[in-house]
Design a binder for this molecule. Structure first.
Ligand code: F0G
Length: 462
């Protein structure tokens, strides 16, 4: 196909940036990705979608888009085998001659969770497992887009502050794209699995003596002083890529939206991105109604929950965050205003869950043969509460977004099963209820009898 063929042209979605607060527009952002007028965040919008006959992404109607995306599943071209770039009509386009940096991200499974459904009092329950991405978290879907723009703009260095997953993903995509990467993570408060990933992918990894919010502060000053491309989720190109999980989900559901989508909330980029996707899909006629998007936080890292429940979403008071779900140990979430808009537009809600509730939900997701990291398990823990409150009805369709793979944080899992996750903590008494879920490894003599005896003991337990 020649570069000027109509088909290639039709795939281009011209995008611009718009401030979510003052509405100022721009073609490109400063290095801190903040609006120069008011300091708030930018979002990507597509002026070219508006036609006299309504909204059309890259000139296609909804039926044509669905067909193009389905046909690409049989293509072997790198951009088509990516579960992100396959949906490129809804993404900002790279300039002619620039290829995406891709690890074949996206393409993640949608699983039934029958045991979890029973535990939550639901007739059925599904989970989209974003931990099945190349670096084992949902971050890859946004990193492929933003890292590709970093390379297009000629940056040698990219950087992020992270609780571990963004940094693992960024390090991988920077390495694939021939860029250098700088990671700022809180010392001692991220899992070894995530830390080891960024080392292996060759990032310069700095463990700062502070928390995630402190790392963000240092990074923001740093990008003002050095030519470094910022890859935190304030970067709106990340959220555009993360949108595709929602598009892919709807394709998997044959374009029938679920009644509810339940998402963990940390820095609140992911809920913002998924919500943006739903709103755009509705405007483009790809779906006819919106799922209610609800955000779940850990009790010890619940600034968004408190903002909505205590201040009607009018302000967010930063807090000192503390939770064993270290991925969402965030006290001052950058994208809270974007997430608030999504909750309001979809009539979703917020909930908070305790440390013991998170641990139980994680084991239950594991017992369905799926597994996830602790931060992802807040979704099931939160769903149980929403069902009890009557906000979610047992016959409704619900999809949980599982954000990270079970192997991201094996230490948590081992301590849980050994029964010492909460030893010496304020949750020790409440954690006694977890005993039936715990399966500590058994150390036995190396005899068949010892193994058979163990087998029979468990068999008689049912
Ligand atoms: N789940 C996991 C596994 C995460 O790593 C994160 C965020 C979230 C949920 C929350 O998503 O921030 O978009 O609301 N991790 C970031 C990081 C902050 O640095 O890896 P969010």
């Amino acid at each position: 196909m020649s570069p000027t063929s109509p088909e290639i042209k039709a795939q281009v979605s011209v995008s611009r940036l718009r401030c979510i607060n003052c509405g100022a527009t721009a073609d490109r952002a400063e290095q801190n990705f903040r609006c120069p007028n008011c300091g708030d965040l930018f979002e990507v919008f597509y002026p070219g979608w508006e036609t006299s006959r309504g909204l059309r992404a890259a000139g296609h109607d909804a039926a044509a888009l669905k067909q193009i995306w389905r046909e690409r599943k049989t293509s072997l071209a790198p951009a088509d085998t990516s579960g992100v770039w396959r949906f490129r009509e809804l993404l900002p386009s790279l300039a002619h001659g620039h290829e995406p940096i891709t690890l074949r991200e996206g393409n993640t499974p949608l699983y039934d969770l029958p045991r979890c459904a029973r535990a939550a009092g639901m007739q059925s329950l599904q989970a989209k497992h974003q931990g099945m991405n190349p670096t084992a978290s949902f971050k890859d879907t946004g990193m492929t887009t933003a890292a590709s723009f970093a390379r297009q703009e000629g940056f040698r260095w990219v950087a992020c502050a992270s609780t571990g997953n963004t940094s693992a993903s960024m390090a991988a995509y920077a390495a694939r794209g021939g860029m250098r990467s700088l990671v700022l993570i809180p010392e001692g408060k991220i899992s070894w699995g995530k830390l080891s990933q960024s080392l292996d992918y060759g990032a310069i990894t700095c463990q700062l003596r502070t928390d995630f919010d402190g790392c963000v502060k240092v990074l923001n000053e740093l990008v003002g002083r050095k030519p470094i491309y910022l890859l935190n989720s304030v970067n709106p190109y990340r959220l555009e890529g993360q949108k595709t999980a929602a598009i892919e989900l709807l394709e998997q559901l044959e374009w029938q939206p679920p009644d509810h989508l339940v998402v963990p909330g940390g820095n609140l980029g992911n809920s913002s991105a998924l919500g943006k996707a739903f709103l755009e899909m509705k405007e483009l006629g790809l779906i006819s109604r919106l799922p209610k998007l609800s955000v779940i936080q850990a009790e010890g890292a619940n600034p968004f929950y408190r903002s909505i429940r205590e201040h009607g979403g009018k302000k967010l008071l930063p807090m000192q965050a503390e939770t064993l779900a270290t991925a969402i140990r965030i006290g001052n979430p950058a994208s809270w205003k974007k997430a608030l808009r999504v909750i309001q537009a979809t009539e979703g809600t917020v909930e908070q869950v305790s440390e013991v509730e998170i641990a139980l939900a994680k084991a239950e997701i594991g017992s369905d043969g799926v597994g996830c990291e602790p931060a992802s398990a807040v979704t099931l823990a939160g769903l149980k509460k929403l069902v009890k409150q009557g906000y979610v009805k047992s016959g409704e369709s619900v999809v949980l977004i599982l954000t990270g793979h079970v192997l991201k944080d094996p230490e948590f899992t081992l301590q849980f099963h050994r029964g010492d996750l909460f030893t010496g903590s304020a949750h020790e008494t409440a954690a006694k209820t977890l005993k039936p879920q715990q399966r500590a490894p058994l150390v036995l003599d190396a005899t068949v009898d010892a193994v058979i005896e163990t087998l029979e003991r468990f068999d008689s337990e049912g």
